[in-house]
Structure formats: C-alpha cells, structure tokens
Design a protein around this ligand. Structure first.
Ligand SMILES: [Zn+2]
Length: 70
C-alpha cells in the first residue's frame, strides 16, 4: 500500500518536546503517536527520512483549515 505523503510529516510539539504525526491532534500522552526523534518515526514508517515542521506550522495550518484531506 502506498504511503500517503502527509503521513511522512512530523511536527515538533511545543508542549511535550516530542514529535507527532502531522495529522495527529490528540493527547500528547498517546504513546503510539509520540516519537522522540524524526529518525524513530522514519524507522517506523520504513522510509529514509521524514519532513519535520514546527508547532507554529501546525497551529497555522489549523487556523487555515488545512487539516482536511481534500
Ligand atoms: Zn505533544
């Protein structure tokens, strides 16, 4: 199954200092959606590397309603 490109984006959480998948908007304590490093997430997704964005990008995207998979 092809990987959705958006699944290869992480953002650096400003709350818990870990990384969450771009489309994740749940609780920081959700260990299955919390990664200590981009490398850890890349390994889980079986890709060479992933894109990392900032918490500011995440917040801005929320404000713009870009979280929809249209
Ligand atoms: Zn967090």
């Amino acid at each position: 199954m092809p990987v959705d490109p958006v699944d290869l984006i992480l953002y650096e959480c400003g709350i818990c200092d870990c990384y969450h998948p771009w489309n994740f908007c749940g609780d920081c304590r959700d260990d299955s959606n919390r990664f200590g490093s981009p490398e850890e997430y890349a390994a889980k997704m079986d890709v060479p590397d992933v894109e990392v964005r900032s918490m500011d990008d995440r917040v801005a995207a929320d404000l713009e309603g870009e979280n929809e998979n249209t």
